[in-house]
Design a protein around this ligand. Structure first.
Ligand code: ADP
Ligand code: ZN
Length: 817
């Protein structure tokens, strides 16, 4: 007989450790152990959830421990994703288990909880009302009534904190016992009960009641019916069915069902005839799909029909037996994209975004794993859609900053799209009317393949843009009017023609810099180094970084004066002024404040589509992607807001935002126009955006980037240091600066390849009570940058990092504040 061969698994534990660990699989679990499943494993003196990344034939690791349990029936991701996760962990310098945990639908992880129960001795003491403090009696009483419970659950029953000390005391006296139990994650497949006939052949009907016969004949036609549905039809079905089950007529079964996140039913459409331009672009993409890795950048002006190109590309991928991921930057846009794709492709579309409930997300995820869905549409996290045979990844509006995650694993979904396409031999298709400087640079340097759509569908003209100089609008400034006479007149004309107006201001709230009328102090947040915004709806000041808020009636917190002047602009104020100036018009406002509630955004978009809304006021939420043919006037109230940010990408962002907003106008049969109000009418970002002159913008911008050696001519890694104590954080930052110098001295390659800027206090020097400093590593070689960042982190963790501080590595940072 052959000896049983040992089976090992390589596991990434969901803990802050960088290395993977190897475990042996006990014989009874061997058949269940597969890549992509979660396991419970011992780590040091504790247990943790981990993910199986690989099944290595042997191991060199010593003292290999055994897997305790396999937690999933079905893998959560295919083997092809293991290298992807490894790449991310390595490139973004992040523990791999946490990378995977962040990628999977949340709420899955098993956690360990401390469970407490009463002992016999405890019961005896309780019944004698022995020498117990009142709260000890409460605890024992509750435990006697409920049986063993998690300590946290007990705390919420008794509505008080229960400290370890209290529990240890009771345990020490032998009145309670405690144990650690694994609590399964909160999300699991949803099961539904159904009823079917117990026998294959029709049972004899004589002697049965009319209702029973009816149920049986219904089942005859349909096979099985959900118990819920049956109960709805026959209010008395409950007891009747129980009787019929006992009589051997029916059987009740249970099966997994999917929670449905989709909205209204959608009718299938048939594809339009492509324009000649579209056809040639589609042709190129279709020929690439299935032929190995390639990245294409589709630069198509606003309204040029990019979505149709995406859909044809997806159809080609499906034809070749591959699956596709479609990334869309904002949840606001997903609903539009989802409708179009479902109309074209039907039920094989899955959705992945944070607007879904945990259960819905889990269900969508499993539909993808099981290949029941073939297309996944979602925001940045959909890059992790667990397809096994991925043929195409589309990144719509690829320039959008929301593809960069700025917490936990600081990945960029557009960059990951290219990486995953490479690993999976797939095509990455990036699309935008205003490509990122980085992606366009990659076309120029032939890393990406460039594709263009230069005409709008049916040759509609691009909107005519008028730049209005706010410096000359003295009267308007004095009366705090947000729209110039010119814009106001254009609005009147547009409304008269029963067309729609879009007003854009990239700042929410009523007043962005409320100021005390007596001492002149701005209203500052107590947790952050920022000015608070006045919100009229709530009549309160609110911090947009930490959410801290206090009523306006409090007045100035510096001098106590009750009067604070609402200086500075915001969409709430625009809405108020528009309503006052156009009392007949229906005005809607779309920003983070008005779309907080689930469904609010969809309702607003629907009203807009149906023509119920005359004037839409909004922040960058309305800027891109949306297609509303009846909007013929776009007013940009102040084009300068993002221009002077202390960030090298401020110009790029401004250009993109303005060109995109302008692109919302005139997408139907009527020509559009744009009125762009600005204090910097000669700034190149503004003039090029007004002319939709991408090439001119790119030339100007890259000349600047090259002169200061910023991306795309170099790479950046930001080392962010945060801490509660001001002096300590600063000291840590300086310490790290010195450490950096000595690391560079030891290694000449690092000294040559990497320039270190800082340490300096970050532009936002304090957020959520945390002081912030940073160092910027700059250089051409990713290897050297990463090597230095890694050694810095390792050295800091070993020696100099004070307990209350954090060191965060941000590779390719986008938010530099
Ligand atoms: P973009 O994303 O490039 O700004 P869209 O994809 O929103 O543009 O397309 C603009 C409009 O043109 C949409 O209403 C779309 O349905 C329509 N469209 C696209 N391609 C065609 C075509 N070949 N024939 C007719 N209409 C088309
Ligand atoms: Zn704050």
């Amino acid at each position: 007989m052959t000896r049983f061969k040992k089976v090992f698994v390589e596991v990434a534990v969901a803990l802050p450790v960088f290395k993977t660990l190897t475990y042996e699989v006990p014989e009874q679990l061997v058949s269940a152990a597969r890549i992509g499943k979660r396991v419970l494993v011992p780590v040091r003196n504790s247990q943790a959830t981990g993910y199986i990344l690989d099944l290595p034939g042997e191991t060199e690791q010593e003292g290999v421990k055994q897997v305790l349990d396999v937690l999933d029936e079905h893998p959560l991701f295919p083997p092809s994703m293991s290298p992807f996760f490894r790449w991310i962990a390595d490139y973004y310098i992040h523990p791999i288990g946490e990378v995977i945990r962040g990628a999977l639908p949340s709420g899955l992880n098993a956690t360990r909880v401390r469970v407490i129960g009463i002992t016999d001795c405890g019961r005896a003491v309780l019944s004698r009302r022995g020498s117990l403090a009142a709260f000890q009696t409460d605890i024992l009483g509750a435990l006697e009534k409920r049986g063993p419970v998690a300590v946290r659950a007990l705390a919420s029953v008794l509505q008080r904190e229960i400290s370890c000390h209290v529990i240890n005391q009771l345990e020490g006296k032998g009145l309670v016992f405690t144990e650690r139990r694994i609590q399964k994650g909160r999300v699991c497949p949803k099961k539904e009960k159904y009823v079917e006939r117990a026998t294959k052949t029709a049972p004899p009907l004589e002697g049965l009641s009319g209702k029973s016969r009816e149920i049986l004949s219904m089942l005859e036609g349909r096979g099985e019916i959900a118990l819920q549905a049956l109960k709805k039809q026959f209010p008395t079905a409950g007891p009747l069915i129980t009787k019929m089950v006992t009589a051997g007529l029916l059987r009740i079964g249970e099966k997994e069902v999917y929670r449905d996140p989709f909205g209204d039913p959608i009718h299938r459409d048939s594809p339009p005839v492509l324009t000649a331009d579209q056809a040639s672009v589609v042709d190129e993409i279709v020929q690439s799909v299935g032929q190995g890795f390639r990245t294409c950048l589709l630069h198509g002006i606003t309204g040029s029909g990019k979505t149709e190109v995406y859909m044809r590309a997806v159809a080609a991928a499906l034809d070749k037996g591959c699956h596709a991921v479609v990334l869309v930057p904002e949840i606001a846009l997903i609903s539009q994209t989802e409708r179009l794709f479902r109309a074209r492709f039907g039920d094989c579309v899955a959705l992945l975004h944070s607007g879904l409930s945990q259960g819905e997300r889990f269900d969508q995820w499993m539909r993808i794993v099981r290949a029941e869905a073939k297309i996944a549409i979602g925001a940045r996290s959909a890059i992790f859609a667990p397809f096994e045979r991925l043929g195409l990844i589309i990144v719509d509006e690829e320039h959008d900053d929301s593809y960069k995650q700025e917490t936990r694993v600081r990945y960029h979904a557009r960059d990951l799209a290219v990486v995953r396409a490479k690993l999976d031999n797939a095509v990455a298709l990036l699309g935008s009317a205003t490509p990122s400087v980085q992606s366009y640079f990659n076309v120029q340097t032939r890393r990406y393949h460039g594709l263009r759509l230069d005409k709008r569908i049916e040759n509609q003209a691009l909107p005519e843009v008028r730049i209005v100089d706010l410096r000359n609008d003295k009267e308007g400034r004095r009366s705090k009017r947000l729209f110039t006479a010119e814009l106001k007149q254009a609005m009147e004309e547009t409304l008269e023609r029963k067309e729609q107006v879009l007003l854009f201001l990239n700042r929410r709230g009523f007043a962005s810099s409320p100021t005390c009328t007596s001492c002149g102090a701005p209203v500052r947040c107590k947790n952050c180094d920022v000015t608070m915004t006045y919100h009229q709806g709530a009549n309160a000041f609110r911090c947009h970084y930490c959410g801290h808020s206090f009523p306006k009636t409090t007045g100035c917190r510096v001098c106590g004066n009750p009067r604070v002047k609402p200086l500075g602009l915001g969409t709430e104020q625009v809405e108020a002024q528009v309503k006052a100036a156009f009392p007949e018009a229906t005005v809607a406002r779309m920003d983070r404040d008005t779309t907080r509630h689930k469904g609010a955004l969809l309702r607003m978009l629907k009203d807009l589509r149906r023509g119920k809304t005359d004037i839409l006021v909004g922040t960058q939420m309305v800027a891109q992607g949306h297609h509303y043919p009846n909007i013929t006037l776009v007013g940009i109230l102040c084009a300068d807001l993002s221009l002077n940010f202390p960030d090298f990408r401020a110009g790029e962002r401004t250009f993109q935002l303005l060109a995109q907003v302008a692109g919302r106008a005139g997408r139907g049969t009527c020509p559009g126009r744009v009125i762009l109000q600005t204090y910097n009418p000669d700034h190149f970002c503004i003039t090029t955006a007004a002319d939709q002159a991408y090439a001119a913008f790119y030339r100007h911008e890259t000349a600047f980037r090259k002169s200061v050696m910023y991306p795309p001519y170099a790479r950046l890694v930001q080392i962010l240091l945060t801490g509660k104590d001001e002096a300590q954080t600063a000291r840590f930052a300086h310490e790290l600066g010195r450490l950096c110098q000595s690391l560079q001295k030891e290694n000449p390659a690092l000294a040559k390849d990497v320039r270190v800027l800082g340490p300096v206090a970050a532009p936002l020097s304090r957020i959520k009570k945390q002081y912030r400093w940073h160092l910027l590593l700059k250089g051409k070689s990713a290897d050297s940058l990463h090597a230095l960042a890694r050694s810095l982190k390792a050295a800091a963790e070993q020696a100099v990092r004070p307990a209350d501080t954090k060191l965060i590595i941000n590779v390719d940072p986008v938010d530099m504040l």
